[in-house]
Design a protein around this ligand. Sequence first.
Ligand SMILES: [Zn+2]
Length: 200
Amino acid sequence: MSPLTTPEATAAPLTTQELYRELLLRIGEDPTRDGLLDTPERMEKSMAFLTRGYTQNGADVLHGALFDVEYDEMVIVKDIEFFSLCEHHLLPFFGKAHVAYLPKGKVIGLSKLPRLVDVFARRLQVQERLTTQIADAITEAIDPQGVAVILEAQHLCMMMRGVEKQHSATVTSAMRGVFKSQLQTRNEFLSLIRRPGANL
Ligand SMILES: [Zn+2]
């Protein structure tokens, strides 16, 4: 690939919008036509939104939402919608996250679990790493008896390019502590998130 053709490339670094304009040119478009005039600006804003997880971290999100409790039964939040971008093609993958943990003296405010998923989803990702990062963040925050995270997702990079059947989902899981060592705990979690038609 040849270096950037815009004259500014040698003088000052390109702005993000100039980069997107260049990208539009290179795929064979005319960035000066009406419909595309504001596209570089929109792309910059959109990309900043879709990757805002880089400016956040798990500890900050959970800050002030950790509570001491006696409760030691399983806590489950299922069907957490998430949207991410695959790091190989920068195309979306999206689906549902199911998160569970068995507390050991501390719990996380329930509304914070979707936020935590979002922090890691709004970055360039592979589904496997997204899954383990969520589990690790919960482990670090409250050191529970165990954590389980399952992600079911559809990947547009596979669907749009015809690599995969349109409705198949990729399932990844991270099991920690008792969810890993105790079959009964793991099965309880799985039975609570299972529904007809799902491929879990
Ligand atoms: Zn991909």
